[in-house]
Design a protein around this ligand. Sequence first.
Ligand SMILES: *Cc1c(COP(=O)(O)O)cnc(C)c1O
Ligand code: SF4
Length: 328
Amino acid sequence: MNNSSNTWQQALAEAFTDLDSLCHYLQLDPKKLQVLKEYQQFPLKVPRDFANLMTVGDPNDPLLRQVLPLSQELIEQPGFSADPVGDLKALATEGVVHKYQGRLLLISTGACAIHCRYCFRRNFPYGEQQLASSKIQQAIDYIQSRPEITEVILSGGDPLLLNDEKLANLVKALNKIPQLQRIRIHTRIPVVLPSRITPDLLAVFSESRCSIIVVLHSNHPNELSAQVETACQNLKANRVNLLNQSVLLKGINDNAEILHQLSERLFALGVLPYYLHQLDKAKGTAHFEVDDNDALELLEALKQTLPGYLVPKLVREQSGAPYKHNLY
Ligand SMILES: *Cc1c(COP(=O)(O)O)cnc(C)c1O
Ligand code: SF4
């Protein structure tokens, strides 16, 4: 293991996993926060790089709110279920979610570097569905026998949690599939654990025959620190195309000024906004939901103040639909 890989694995090992330590670090009293006591089912996990960007003493900090387990998660709401997007039904073979034409998704690992409380995968047995090394060939065969598939999306969990060797092997195997043109990586890691973007990882990308697209997941301009900027610059310098997806979240980014700043900051980092997702209705996430009319009003405000290429597509995932549905 070289030094740079040590650094990110060390950073990951030092992430907050305990509510009291995180509150202590932020000088907050957990007793005043209506926290969820039984959070171990979907444990707390917050890298220090991300926690460093939170305002000390502010219980409503928009980054803290994304990761803080609150008792509101226990409120049952009709329509909120364990598999809101129908991914379990769309499993083609182990670790392969084939819902849309011409592209499919590989669940490359079940783990993430951060646990976002609004996540639609919070109740999903992804750990069991992830692509075991022994099943990679089966997935490759599935793609190879379908000439219409020209793009593979690595998702998870977070695919960049795989070590460099596993990732390099996967990218190499995909590059051997003749019809494949693009490898897309859906990841929150450049934003929450920027030290993961190591020279070895960049080499895996720059040596790929297929174009590499990294779709980041950032919800708030405060997440986009100088370290994140450096990670993005390094990705760009290695021929990686950068896009971003966000989730619209009540009390966090349901504000035209914040979304405007997010688009501007993303562009400054060389990233184009791609999707702004309406929340997937996963059990335990109802308190993050933004009403469709409010979402459309926010989009209208963005259209009025930003160039078209900085306005994300406002979409909702519909179980069984052939693509993500536009709200407008
Ligand atoms: C979102 C998603 C995709 C990619 O959709 P795009 O509209 O191409 O970004 C592919 N497969 C699954 C299962 C998805 O959820
Ligand atoms: S899959 Fe994405 S949104 Fe869900 S917990 Fe992991 S990083 Fe967060």
